[in-house]
Design a protein around this ligand. Structure first.
Ligand SMILES: Cc1ncc(COP(=O)(O)O)c(C=O)c1O
Length: 389
């Protein structure tokens, strides 16, 4: 397949394309949807075939025997990430927002503080608030245009009422791949403050050349308080299957999580299981390698275009296809730069403040789309901010 192919997603119940006009006023005709984190590419053929096989068989009954599915997860984590997973520690949730909510439910109590390194994926704060817990925003340091960890500042912020840290690794937005040393520091921080550490690694497969993701599970001395979260959905663009994995090695945490899953009557949907089993395969791996090469080209093109516009700068992406663009250099207020992007450039993006403290002057652009659209976006932004030349 070619990632260059433009596939019309209008009228397919695509959140990204069909909700762009009602939510942002960006016109259906001619607007560019660069917000929701899914890609405008078909997944590898092996995933489509798994669904086609279901359709061909034509009976959609209850799923039994997860051994192949669990073996596929084990194979992927071992071959792609050097991480050995115990199949008995794998839970399948209704995606990772649900996985996050389940962790909050299983491991914290109403009123507890939950630490986020902000700006960070907006659904974290949403589920924390909805569950009656408190968001403790620890703002990332901006160091030479990149995010860094700021433990000296955060030490003073915590007051002992916090029970969990939700880490996004690699980081969305900003695209940092935390180094092993940084992850060790995060683990120390979690231990020092007696926090359960939930590591959301949904973006772990989409890492650009020159960077290496380290699963938190490979960091020493953290297993007794660690919950790992992974999924096929970002990697293979199958977010609609709403399937994710919460992986726990500690027996006590595992038992607590299993008890909540049972109490809520949760079990996986068969589409997600068939698709994930097909995706975590050599064919899926080869497709991901090609995808990264393509996204790398998009990222270079987009960054070069943004750099050429006075006042705009994009954070260097080490991972993810979500470019984090800072408009502070334009001297415009939020309303003005957001308006120019939505109305003049006709591009739907994610608003920075939705990611928490530190996001005020940013918009997030999804560049996982055919290259011609990235070129078009750059041309429109150049025009929309042309008076700054
Ligand atoms: C860090 C992170 N976690 C979770 C999700 C969404 O997970 P799901 O679709 O499995 O609920 C996203 C989507 O962008 C994300 O960026």
């Amino acid at each position: 397949m070619s990632f260059d192919e433009i596939i019309d997603r209008h009228g397919t119940h695509s959140s990204k394309w069909d909700m762009m006009e009602p939510l942002f006023g960006v016109p259906r005709d001619g607007g560019l949807a660069m917000w929701v984190a899914d890609m405008d590419f078909r997944p590898p053929a092996c995933v489509g075939k798994a669904v086609q096989d279901m359709v061909d068989h034509g009976i959609y009954g209850y799923f039994g025997d997860e051994s192949k599915y669990r073996a596929a997860i084990q194979w992927w984590m071992e071959t792609r990430h050097g991480w050995q997973v115990d199949p008995d520690g794998i839970f399948t949730t209704h995606g990772l927002v649900n996985g996050t909510a389940m962790c909050i439910d299983a491991f914290t109590a109403p009123g507890d503080g939950i630490v986020l390194f902000t700006p960070v994926y907006h659904a974290f704060a949403r589920v924390i608030h909805a569950a009656g817990r408190r968001v403790v925003e620890c703002e990332l340091a901006l160091d030479n245009g990149r995010y860094g960890l700021d433990f000296d500042r955060w030490e003073k912020q915590l007051d002992g009422s916090e029970t969990m840290l939700l880490l996004c690794s690699p980081h969305n937005p900003g695209g940092r791949v935390w180094t092993r040393q940084e992850l060790e520091q995060v683990a120390d921080f979690a231990r020092r403050h007696d926090l359960i550490l939930v590591s959301d690694e949904i973006h772990h497969d989409l890492v650009f050349p020159g960077h290496r993701h380290t699963p938190m599970a490979l960091i020493d001395g953290i297993a007794d308080r660690l919950v790992m979260m992974t999924a096929t959905t970002k990697t293979f663009n199958i977010a609609g299957s709403h399937s994710g994995n919460v992986i726990i090695s500690d027996p006590t945490l595992r038992a607590r999580f299993a008890a909540r899953m049972a109490a809520l009557g949760l079990s996986a949907n068969s589409f997600g299981l068939f698709m994930a089993t097909a995706a975590y395969s050599p064919e899926g791996a080869a497709w991901v390698d090609d995808l990264i090469t393509y996204l790398d080209g998009n990222r270079q093109l987009f960054d070069a275009g943004i750099k050429a516009i006075p006042g705009l700068s994009s954070m260097p992406l080490e991972s993810t296809y979500l470019s984090w663009v800072d408009f502070s250099g334009t001297g415009m207020d939020r309303a003005e730069f957001s308006d120019r992007v939505a109305k003049r450039a006709r591009i739907a993006t994610n608003a920075g403040p939705s990611f928490g403290k530190g996001g005020e002057s940013f918009l997030r652009f999804n560049i996982a789309t055919p290259r011609s659209r990235v070129e078009e976006a750059v041309a429109r932004l150049t025009e929309a901010f042309g008076d700054l030349q």
